[in-house]
Design a protein around this ligand. Structure first.
Ligand SMILES: Cc1cc2nc3c(=O)[nH]c(=O)nc-3n(C[C@H](O)[C@H](O)[C@H](O)COP(=O)(O)OP(=O)(O)OC[C@H]3O[C@@H](n4cnc5c(N)ncnc54)[C@H](O)[C@@H]3O)c2cc1C
Length: 499
């Protein structure tokens, strides 16, 4: 069997895998990506990029492409109704975009997965990724020196062996890699299964070019409900119901007529019966040695809150700088292990938040008092913390997973307090924030000792970061505070890099 070597092999080219490839490229590592499908997603699926995701996409140079790809009016309407023509039981959003302008310069974008993946793919390739479609990973074995993965070209049928230094499993909710590694999942389990149709229809001006999501409650629909969404294309919609078996085209037409409240509608069916599983599950571990898992492979949640797609992209962003430093020999296994320590606790919260949203919005019959209390969206999206991981913990660290983004503390594990003028200095590598020029020499020496780059950015108000004028703040490539203080910078950097 033919063999080839890859520093990083990414299995799966969805939002998570393509993001990981793009951000790795940004950090100078060319990943090999294998995807069993012949191309990117053909279903709109996840839509909506929150400001933290947009900031990451800005760093990768694709913010403008995302803003240009969204519909002219990015406002979003979410309603609970009997049909899309009414009656409406409850309006969750009425053509608004969530307003985070008090905390973040970044707007939100409303791009669907089918367009998002194309942008990510193009940028990942531009940055050097080798993305191969119609190529399936069939087995994985790891030893102390590397990982051996058998991949098969599904067009020619030829199998070859990839010897990878590291593997990223971005292979979706069924994740064969997770199975091969014997990593279990925990949580509320599978909540429902369904089938989806994509169709074209002229539903009138109210539907034309608008971002709409209707959760339908209607006894005439299978299971008593369904979900109706617009897509990025005019007059193209998706409709899903909780039916396990395939539905024939005539029945789809009937169901769409019920859902739209228009008995004479003649929908043109473009695709029928794509399967969906709604579940709330988190992997027991997000990594094992040289293999790290991201996206739906580690976390699935009901779609109520749009964090499935956002967190898949942000997993790629969070993991890429760590993996790149390990590949370049600048960091140790400890930095990779922090992927689990940092992303898993946050994921547990996201899954429970979206489960609670689902119960409140759409499945009140499931309410049993165990649902999580809602966390303010700004805090959930812009105020999450990593109290454990690649940071130097402070003695009074309380383990809080969230803080108010309007009152950032600057403590290790938190997003670095920033404003519009400083936000763009973060994202590529480590940065040291300091007022006193003595830090220039200390930064140069620490950087030299550890073989990394560490530019110093002068700040006039160190108190804002919770240090005195004599102190400094070490900020990670992902914009989180790693350490702050007046002490030994080199020791701090060494701890963060897992060396
Ligand atoms: C109909 C639908 C609607 C959704 N709506 C929303 C929404 O509104 N908001 C939201 O946030 N989320 C939504 N989601 C969820 C969202 O799509 C996922 O969270 C997101 O796609 C996760 O990205 P991923 O890259 O981890 O996984 P995927 O996009 O599933 O990508 C995994 C990839 O791995 C590939 N793969 C698997 N095994 C192998 C193998 N052995 N070899 C090679 N390749 C392999 C698969 O083919 C797949 O392309 C929706 C999902 C569906 C299905």
């Amino acid at each position: 069997m033919e063999r080839e070597h890859a520093p990083v092999l990414i299995i799966g080219a969805g939002l998570a895998g393509l993001s990981a490839a793009m951000f790795l490229g940004l950090h100078g590592v060319r990943a090999l990506v294998v995807e069993k499908h012949a191309g990117t997603a053909r279903h709109p699926k996840a839509r909506g990029q929150f400001p933290h995701t947009m900031q990451a996409l800005r760093i990768a140079g694709v913010e403008d492409a995302f803003l240009a790809a969204q519909p002219a009016d990015p406002g979003f309407t979410i309603k609970i109704a009997a049909t899309t023509s009414g009656p409406v039981f409850h309006t969750i959003l009425a053509g608004e975009t969530p307003d985070f302008s008090a905390f973040s310069r970044n707007a939100w974008a409303n791009v669907s997965q089918e367009k998002a993946e194309v942008i990510l793919l193009e940028r990942a390739r531009e940055l050097g990724a080798d993305v191969r479609f119609s190529t399936k990973a069939e087995s994985l074995e790891q030893d102390a020196d590397g990982v051996t993965v058998v991949i098969r070209d599904l067009i020619t049928g030829t199998a070859r062996e990839v010897r990878a230094d590291h593997v990223v499993a971005a292979d979706g909710h069924r994740s064969p890699v997770r199975e091969w590694l014997g990593i279990g999942r925990h949580g509320r389990g599978v909540l429902g299964e369904g089938v989806n149709a994509v169709f074209e229809a002229d539903l009138g001006a109210d539907f034309d070019g608008r971002n709409l999501l209707f959760y339908l409650r209607n006894p005439e629909l299978p299971g008593g409900g369904g979900a109706f969404t617009s897509t990025d294309d005019r007059n193209r919609f998706t409709f899903g119901v909780g039916e396990v078996d395939d539905i024939d085209e005539q029945r789809w037409t009937e169901l769409i007529r019920i859902a739209t409240g228009r008995p004479d509608l003649e929908p043109k069916l473009l695709a029928c019966n794509s399967k969906t599983t709604t579940s709330a599950l988190v992997a027991d571990r997000f990594g094992a040695g040289r293999v790290q898992l991201i996206g739906d492979a580690v976390r699935t949640m009901p779609p109520h809150g749009a964090m499935g797609g956002n967190s898949a992209i942000m997993d790629g962003f969070s993991l890429a700088w760590k993996l790149a430093m390990v590949v370049k020999g600048q960091a140790g296994q400890g930095l990779l292990d922090s992927h689990d320590a940092e992303r898993r606790p946050y994921s547990e919260v996201l899954v429970e938040q979206q489960y609670a949203n689902m119960v409140r919005r759409n499945s009140p019959h499931l309410a049993d008092g165990t649902e999580a209390e809602p966390i303010d969206p700004a805090e959930l999206i812009l105020g999450y913390r990593y109290p454990d991981g690649a940071i130097v913990r402070e003695a009074d660290e309380d383990g809080a997973l969230f803080e108010n983004p309007a009152e950032p503390t600057g403590r290790p594990g938190s997003h670095v307090p920033h404003d519009k003028s400083t936000v763009d200095i973060f994202g590529r590598g480590f940065v040291l924030l300091a007022d006193e020029s003595t830090w220039d020499t200390k930064a140069t020496e620490a950087a030299k000792a550890l073989g990394v780059e560490l530019p110093v950015h002068r700040v006039e108000d160190p108190a804002r970061y919770g240090v005195s004028t004599r102190g400094a703040v070490l900020v990670r490539p992902d914009g989180f505070v790693a350490w702050r203080g007046e002490g030994d910078l080199e020791a701090a950097l060494r701890t963060v890099l897992g060396r």
